[in-house]
Design a protein. Structure first.
Length: 112
């Protein structure tokens, strides 16, 4: 049920309960680790990063780490749509932080 847990975490964050949303995702990610059902793992890291960014500027390092993890996991799973979603989220974060060179680098990955 990882996609349901992610949707609930997003709903909690939208209602202003960002801490609850992050806890829900952390618990769900721990469950993925235990069960090794990792098909939605990259998307869960992306959503976690988005929620951390909503929480405020104090936790941008953790948010950036979650978004980078989402990209790396998606790449290892060859899950291109999840990779692109995470890359766009990371690029938006970089752009908002006036890190346009980093935003460009994240979105201009060449495929062979």
């Amino acid at each position: 049920m990882p996609s349901l847990e992610a949707a609930l975490a997003e709903a909690e964050a939208s209602a202003g309960e960002t801490d609850a949303g992050v806890r829900r995702l952390d618990d769900a990610l721990a469950e993925l680790e235990r069960t090794e059902h990792r098909w939605y793992e990259a998307e869960m890291h992306r959503i976690r990063g988005e929620i951390l960014l909503k929480r405020g500027p104090a936790d941008t390092a953790a948010a950036e780490q979650s978004l980078q993890a989402a990209i790396a996991i998606a790449q290892s799973q060859k899950a291109r749509s999840f990779e692109l979603r995470a890359a766009l989220s990371l690029a938006e974060f970089y752009h908002a932080a006036s890190r346009d060179a980093d935003a460009h680098a994240v979105t201009s990955v060449k495929r062979v």
